[in-house]
Design a protein around this ligand. Structure first.
Ligand code: ADP
Length: 611
C-alpha cells in the first residue's frame, strides 16, 4: 500500500461515548442471517461520498481533477481482510470524530434499541441500514484511512477493535478518498470467499450509479434502465432488462415506466406478467431500491397485495426502511406511493383498452386475475379501471360493464325491476341450462375462476338492483321471475303422486318439487340453489367443514307430456321410467358418475332392446 504510517503522529486515543452497553456483541448476534448487508452499507457509503465530490465539482466548490470514481472491493485471504476503496470526498480528523465516532455510532445505538423492541426479527432483516458499524458484524477490527478533499488537511487513520475505544492518528496519504479495511473475524471467514462477495455485490449493488470493481471486473450497470428517459428505450431493451431481473420468468405482457418527483420521489419499471394461475405464489417479485441500492423484494404490507402480483423495480428514497412493517402500512408516503402505482397501472390498462380493444380482449385471460383482484380489494382501483373491465359470455364475446348492462336490460329485468345477470361456471356441465337460457333470449356470462366467485359478490355489492345467478340455480322461469307463468296440466292430486315417485328415487337431502317449466324443457331438471351453493363454496374456501351438503333440487316438469305418461304407468315400469328420467337430468348436469353411470347405460341398452 502507498500509505505509510507515521507513528509519531498519533492524535488521540479515546472512548466512544456509549449509552447502550456492549453494543457490538448485539450487532453481531442480532442479525446473524443478514450479516451480508455490511457490504451493502459500506459500498453505499462509498457511493454517497463519490456523489458528494461530483456535486461539489458541479457547483464549482471543488476545482481539482475528480479522477477515476471507481469504487474497488478487494479480498485478501492471507491477511484476512476485505477492503473497500473510494475516491469520494474523504474525511478529516474532525469529521471522523463527528461522523464516525458520533453519527455512525448513534445510528448503531438506535438500531440496537429498535432491534430490542421489535417482535419479529423479520421486521427489520434486510431493511434496516445499520450503517458504518455493520462492519463489526463480520470484522473484529476495522481501519478507516481517509484524506479529505479540503486543502491542507492531513490524511487520517482511525481504528477500532470492536470495543468502545478507538485510536485516531495522522496518516500520510496522497490521494483523496476513503479506504475501509475490515479484519475479518474467525466466524465470518465465509466473506473471504470470492463467490460469496460476488454474490452479495450482485444482489445489492448491481445498479449502483458509480462503477464497482471486484477482482478486476466492474460488476454493475451505472445507469439502470429505469433511470433512463422512456423515450430513449426500445421494447427490446425493456425485455432484456426484464430477463436480467428474472432470468426464469415468462416474458411480460407489457410494462409501465414510472417517474415522479413530486410530492415524492419515485422511479421504476413495473412489468405486467401473465397471470393464469391465480393462486401461484410469486417468487419473482417487485424489487425495492433506494437510490439504486437494492433493499428488499418483500413488499408485503408496503404495496397492496394485488400490486404485488406485478414484477419489476421501484426506486424511492422516500420509503422509510428503518421502521417496522406495521408502521409502513400507515405511513403517508407509502400510501401515496401505492396510490400512485395503482393509478398508473389503471391508466395503462385503460390506454391499452382504448388503443386496441381486440388485442386487449385477447390478453384478457392473462390480465383478468389482476384486474379483478384489484377491483375486489381497492375501491379506488375499481373506479379507475371499471371502464376497461371486460365481461365474457359463453359465446366468447366481450363487453364492458356498461355495454353489458345495456345489452341485457330489456330482457333480463325481472318483475321487481332487478337486473338479473346469469353466469355459468362450467360451460360443459351446465350446457343444458345455458341452452334453456338462450332459448329465452338470455345472455350467459362465463365466471369460471376462483376469483370470479369473489368478484361477482363485489359487483353485486357495487351495482344497485342487480343480482347474479348461476344458470343452474333455478328453473328457467324462476331465474328471472316475470309475470308470465306456464300452466301445469296436472291436478293437485297428480302432482303429489309424481313428487312421491321421485322422492323415493332422490337422495335424502334432496328437495323434490313439481313445477310447470314449459313443454320445451326437459321432463326432469336438477338445479343447485344459488344461496346454498355460495354458502358451501365460501365454507370450502375458508377451509371449514362442508356442513351444507351438496343439496340439489329435483324439479319435475309438470307441463311436459311425460309427466302424465309416467302417471299412467304402474309398478316397476313406473319406477324404471322415473329413474331413467332422473338419471338423464343428472347426466346433463354432470352428476352421474361411477356405478350410477354404468347402471344407467346398461338399463338404457336393455330398454332399447325391449322395444
Ligand atoms: P449514514 O450513511 O446513514 O449517515 P453511516 O453510519 O453509514 O450512516 O455513516 C456515518 C457518516 O460517516 C456518513 O454520514 C458520512 O458522513 C461518513 N462516512 C461514512 N463512510 C464514508 C466514506 N466512505 N467517505 C466519506 N464519509 C463517510
Amino acid at each position: 500500500m502507498a500509505e505509510v504510517k507515521d507513528k509519531t503522529d498519533q492524535i488521540e486515543q479515546g472512548n466512544i461515548s456509549v449509552h447502550t452497553e456492549n453494543i457490538f456483541p448485539i450487532i453481531k448476534k442480532s442479525l446473524y442471517s443478514d450479516h451480508e448487508i455490511f457490504l451493502r452499507e459500506l459500498v453505499s457509503n462509498a457511493v454517497d461520498a463519490t456523489k458528494k465530490i461530483h456535486h461539489l465539482a458541479s457547483i464549482g466548490k471543488y476545482k481539482d481533477e475528480i479522477g477515476d470514481s471507481k469504487i474497488v472491493v478487494e479480498i485478501d485471504k492471507e491477511s484476512k481482510t476485505i477492503t473497500i476503496k473510494d475516491s469520494g470526498i474523504g474525511l478529516d480528523a474532525e469529521e471522523v470524530r463527528k461522523y464516525i465516532n458520533q453519527v455512525a455510532f448513534s445510528g448503531a445505538e438506535e438500531f440496537v434499541k429498535k432491534f430490542k423492541n421489535v417482535k419479529s426479527r423479520d421486521e427489520i432483516i434486510g431493511q434496516f441500514g445499520l450503517g458504518f458499524y455493520s462492519a463489526f458484524m463480520v470484522a473484529d477490527k476495522v481501519e478507516l484511512i481517509s484524506k479529505s478533499y479540503k486543502k491542507n488537511q492531513k490524511g487520517v487513520r482511525w481504528t477500532c477493535d470492536g470495543s468502545t475505544s478507538y485510536t485516531l492518528e495522522n496518516y500520510k496519504r496522497k490521494e483523496r478518498g476513503t479506504t475501509i479495511i475490515l479484519h475479518v473475524a474467525e466466524d465470518s471467514e465465509e466473506f473471504l470467499e470470492s463467490a460469496r462477495i460476488r454474490g452479495i455485490l450482485d444482489k445489492y449493488c448491481k445498479f449502483l450509479p458509480y462503477e464497482i470493481e471486484f477482482e478486476e471486473k466492474v460488476i454493475n450497470k451505472t445507469l439502470p434502465l429505469w433511470k433512463k428517459s422512456q423515450a430513449e428505450i426500445t421494447d427490446e431493451e425493456y425485455l432484456e432488462f426484464f430477463k436480467e431481473l428474472y432470468p426464469f420468468s415468462e416474458e411480460p405482457l407489457f410494462w409501465i415506466h414510472l417517474n415522479v418527483d413530486y410530492p415524492f420521489d419515485l422511479t421504476g419499471i413495473l412489468f405486467f406478467p401473465k397471470l393464469r394461475k391465480e393462486m401461484e405464489v410469486r417468487k419473482d417479485r417487485i424489487q425495492l431500491y433506494s437510490r439504486q441500492v437494492f433493499i428488499t423484494d418483500n413488499l408485503e404490507d408496503i404495496v397492496p397485495e394485488y400490486l404485488g402480483l406485478l414484477q419489476g423495480v421501484i426506486d424511492s428514497p422516500n420509503i422509510p426502511l428503518n421502521v417496522s412493517r406495521s408502521f409502513l402500512q400507515t405511513d403517508a408516503n407509502v400510501r401515496k406511493i401505492s396510490n400512485y402505482i395503482s393509478k398508473k397501472v389503471a391508466e395503462k390498462l385503460k390506454e391499452l383498452f382504448k388503443e386496441d380493444r381486440e388485442k386487449f380482449s385477447e390478453k384478457w385471460a392473462d390480465i383478468e386475475v389482476f384486474i379483478k383482484y384489484g377491483m375486489i380489494s381497492d375501491d379506488k382501483f375499481y373506479e379507475r379501471v371499471e371502464d376497461a373491465c371486460l365481461l365474457r359470455n359463453v359465446k366468447d364475446e366481450f363487453y364492458t360493464i356498461q355495454e353489458y348492462k345495456e345489452k341485457i336490460r330489456e330482457n333480463q329485468t325481472d318483475k321487481d325491476e332487478n337486473l338479473v345477470i346469469l353466469y355459468a361456471s362450467d360451460k360443459d356441465s351446465q350446457n343444458s341450462f345455458i341452452r334453456s337460457a338462450e332459448k329465452k333470449g338470455y345472455d350467459v356470462l362465463v365466471m369460471n375462476s376462483l376469483i370470479d366467485a369473489h368478484f361477482l359478490t363485489t359487483l353485486e355489492r357495487k351495482w344497485e338492483k342487480t343480482s347474479w345467478k348461476r344458470v343452474d340455480s333455478e328453473s328457467i322461469d324462476k331465474l328471472i321471475p316475470k309475470d308470465e307463468t306456464s300452466v301445469s296440466t296436472l291436478t293437485e292430486e297428480q302432482e303429489k303422486d309424481i313428487i312421491g315417485i321421485y322422492k323415493e328415487l332422490a337422495g335424502e337431502n334432496d328437495v323434490v318439487r313439481a313445477e310447470a317449466l314449459g313443454q320445451e324443457e326437459l321432463p326432469v331438471v336438477i338445479i343447485r340453489p344459488e344461496f346454498f351453493r355460495r354458502m358451501r363454496e365460501q365454507a370450502m374456501l375458508g377451509g371449514m367443514p362442508n356442513d351444507f351438503g351438496d343439496q340439489i333440487n329435483v324439479l319435475v316438469n309438470t307441463s311436459h307430456p311425460l309427466a302424465e305418461g309416467l302417471l299412467n304407468k304402474e309398478g316397476d315400469a313406473r319406477r324404471e321410467m322415473a329413474g331413467q328420467l332422473l338419471s338423464l337430468a343428472k347426466l346433463s348436469q354432470g352428476l352421474l358418475t361411477g356405478e350410477a353411470l354404468t347402471n344407467f347405460v346398461e338399463q338404457s341398452v336393455e330398454m332399447i332392446s325391449k322395444n
